[in-house]
Ligand binder design. Structure first.
Ligand code: SF4
Length: 224
């Protein structure tokens, strides 16, 4: 049963997305099957994007967490990473409702869509380079959606995957927290450290740091 996406994720159905049994990454398929055996009531499938298609802000994460998005079926939902992300979006009026770490918590996104660079949960939270490249076709489909003005990449992997999906060199420029790049197509790419529990626990990313990133990109969401 697909999760409630709190709005209209893709009403026209025109953004290419993987099926529930996408076979393209053998290691991730095996892990998916193992998770389905062990926890049949979990989502255990490529996690769909969350938020309205064509939103001016596309937030790109890394991959689902096994007990987070892989369990609930909604990006950044069910484990710690969603706390900072969605609380911040709520604070800046980019989300409505209440985040309660469940796909039926009523949270809806306004002018934001959230996607992972790799749609399937990887063992040990770490996708392999080939898996990231293989799933890049779905990120490219998201990035081709009309209406996107700014992409927020959460972490090095999301930064590189975004550039690659746009047909650009994956490390030029390199990831740098807080930087805002003007892409050749005129859109903006902003980098932030990932909102993971590890990063917040170690002080790599604090709440004020992440709020600064979101605040700085708000003007880029408006038409020129
Ligand atoms: S990570 Fe992407 S390409 Fe690989 S199996 Fe999952 S949905 Fe398919």
């Amino acid at each position: 049963m697909p999760p409630d996406h709190g709005g209209c994720p893709d009403p026209a159905g025109y953004i290419e997305a993987p099926g529930q049994d996408c076979p393209l990454c053998p290691r991730l398929v095996a892990y998916r099957h193992a998770n389905r055996q062990a926890n049949p009531d979990w989502f255990n499938a490529p996690v769909p994007s969350f938020g309205p298609a064509g939103a001016p802000l596309l937030i790109v994460g890394m991959a689902p967490g096994v007990k987070g998005a892989n369990r609930t079926g909604r990006p950044f939902t069910g484990d710690y990473a969603g706390m900072l992300l969605y609380q911040t979006l709520l604070k800046f009026g980019l989300a409505q409702g209440h985040y309660d770490a469940r796909p039926d918590d009523g949270l809806s996104l306004e002018r934001v869509r959230v996607v992972n660079a790799v749609r399937c949960v990887p063992p040990a939270n770490l996708p392999q380079p080939l898996e990231t490249r293989t799933c890049n076709r779905y990120l490219a489909a998201e990035l081709a959606t009309p209406g996107i003005r700014t992409i927020l990449a959460l972490g090095v992997l999301a930064h590189a995957a975004t550039l690659r999906a746009l047909g650009l060199p994956a490390t030029r420029p390199k990831f740098k927290h807080g930087q805002q790049i003007r892409l050749p197509d005129g859109r903006h790419l902003t980098d932030s450290y990932h909102v993971s529990r590890y990063n917040t626990n170690t002080g790599v990313l604090t709440t004020p740091m992440f709020e600064s990133v979101i605040q700085a990109l708000l003007p880029t969401l408006e038409p020129p």
